[in-house]
Design a protein around this ligand. Structure first.
Ligand code: SF4
Length: 270
């Protein structure tokens, strides 16, 4: 069989850095050799979809969109395990699995060799190392990964300013609302205590939906489990946390460090 032709795949998370990386990738290798790839968990904030579409229009490449069809909650029920800051099967099922299926399809069905581009910055080098190691070992054949925010661009490049002022595109609203990361519309089960306090202060109704989701899982499997954890590792439900915030005032919880020093998973949007 003929040697595979290279295709450059921007792993577009709907955040600013991955948009900037995608733009530069397309400028370097051309639209015809580029793919903007997005995996949808069906929990993203609606404004992230608006941003994604505007970036796609600006770059001039359509989004290649993959969706498993389940929400993270449906995955938790399928695997009988409630995602939490330490383990989140939703990411594996809805993002990683869809990505690997897509990449293998590029090779098998189109004789293309993908190179992946991530918008991960120098402050998250450990995540770049993890991703690099993952794609070296997990697919059937290794896949090359590139991290231009670490290896290519100037350290002080202000991608948000460029997107807003030069591209004329408004950033996803979650940036302005102060979320540290915008995965799954602020509902990421890996978010930790400070993150959930932020969610409650900004979108109490969305926090309530998470609270109800957690309770549905507890009832369905009759298990004392929770998304958040206490320092001693015991469960700490979103209802208990909300009641604590209401009793003691939310401000002291907003800066709460996460007990696990939680970092977002491969789903990171910022
Ligand atoms: S962002 Fe969080 S909740 Fe969403 S799929 Fe990833 S780990 Fe799961």
């Amino acid at each position: 069989m003929a040697e595979r032709k290279t295709v450059h795949v921007a792993m577009f998370s709907t955040g600013a850095a991955s948009a900037f990386v995608a733009y530069n990738m397309v400028q370097t290798y051309g639209k015809e050799n580029s793919i903007l790839f997005f995996t949808d968990t069906l929990w993203e904030d609606e404004d992230n979809y608006r941003f994604m579409q505007e970036v796609s229009d600006y770059i001039g490449v359509d989004i290649t969109w993959r969706v498993d069809g389940r929400t993270p909650e449906e995955v938790f029920h399928d695997v009988r395990f409630l995602g939490n800051s330490r383990m989140a099967k939703c990411s594996e099922e809805l993002k990683v699995r869809q990505t690997l299926i897509f990449l293998e399809g590029l090779r098998d069905d189109h004789n293309l060799e993908p190179i992946l581009y991530f918008g991960i910055g120098p402050h998250e080098k450990h995540r770049a190392d993890n991703l690099r190691a993952f794609y070296e070992h997990n697919p059937i054949e290794p896949i090359e990964t590139r991290f231009p925010m670490i290896d290519t661009f100037r350290a002080d490049v202000d991608v948000k300013k460029i997107i807003q002022e030069e591209w004329g595109i408004e950033l996803p609203r979650m940036y302005k609302l102060g979320f540290a990361h915008a995965n799954c519309g602020g509902r990421c089960v890996r978010g930790g205590l400070g993150h959930y306090a932020q969610l409650y202060s900004i979108w109490p109704e969305r926090y309530k939906e998470q609270e109800e989701m957690e309770e549905r899982f507890r009832q369905a499997f009759n298990k004392d489990v929770s998304i958040l954890k206490q320092r001693n590792g015991k469960s700490f439900t979103l209802r208990e946390y909300r009641e604590m915030m209401e009793r003691e005032g939310i401000n002291k919880f907003l800066k709460q460090p996460d007990y696990d020093d939680t970092v977002p998973c491969v789903c990171t949007t910022f």
